[in-house]
Ligand binder design. Sequence first.
Ligand SMILES: Cc1cc2nc3c(=O)[nH]c(=O)nc-3n(C[C@H](O)[C@H](O)[C@H](O)COP(=O)(O)O)c2cc1C
Length: 328
Amino acid sequence: MHRVPNLTIGTLQLDGVAVLAPLAGVGNLPFRLLCRRQGAALVFSEMLSCHGLIRKQPNTWRMLASDPEERPVAFQLFGADPDAMAEASLRLAEAGADLVDLNFGCPVPKVVRHNGGAALLKTPELLQAIVAACARRCPRPVTVKIRAGWDEDRINAAEIARRAQDAGAAAVTVHARTRAQRFGGEAQWDVIAAVTRAVGLPVIGNGDVVTGADAARMLAETGCQAVMVGRGALGRPWVFAHIRHYLDTGVELPEPGRRERAGLIREHFAGLRALKGERTARLEMRKHSAWYLKGLAGAAEARRRINACETETAFLGILQALERGALS
Ligand SMILES: Cc1cc2nc3c(=O)[nH]c(=O)nc-3n(C[C@H](O)[C@H](O)[C@H](O)COP(=O)(O)O)c2cc1C
């Protein structure tokens, strides 16, 4: 295998080429730490509202929890007002972000209705003004995450990436789907290739990378410098170790067994518990556990018990039973 050079963004030299995607409702500190420990070169936070940051809304500020062990860490902002985004990007840098990422891809109505997220793909001048304002104000590298375009008739990722570059962005991530596609259909990797030809910035390709072989194929087919993994990391933080191993050796590692997965669930729970308290952590672990357990013998029974359990002791007992193979 030929070695892929590590990703560099501005002055930030990263160790590796596979990064964790921003994942609302998932990508908080405990999960980011797990992904870093498994070899993610960089981890992105959940998206944060620029207005929430500026108005010091407790829910937004709580999302800034970080730890030296996860660094380098990118915090992601959404919003549509250049001044507010610039102010918020400065706050993020002051709060310890190594990199500030701007969300120009979120498809949800709550965000696009206010002209944020993917809606900005339809107003390239405004998008460029936002990037320029943030790049001027923020002392850390500013990156952008875009989609292929708004819909099939308006695929403009290359133009948007060029504008972001002109405005001072340090890298661009391309989720190779249109807003109209949301998360369905196949990612159109040729759009990533078009962006790599259009700009001199590092390009991070995103969409449908789940295995080491997927990562190698995206790097080879599109010429991008790094890959971003979203859904392929849900309950699978080991995907980063697998990608690293595959790029080094050409060998795909097997999915971990029940002991390793139970260990990761326990570690994830302990992190969430420290951040949010026992009850919230236990409830949030229902969805994570379902992802971790996918494909394991006894998964359905473990899931049923985890969804019904009402104490930490019971939760940890289920994990022990899983480890012993008592549920399969
Ligand atoms: C649960 C979930 C939450 C997401 N939250 C964000 C977000 O906060 N910001 C963002 O830019 N993209 C977000 N995305 C999109 C992902 O970052 C990524 O672009 C998308 O899932 C495609 O990559 P994949 O095929 O590897 O999943 C989210 C996706 C999922 C599934």
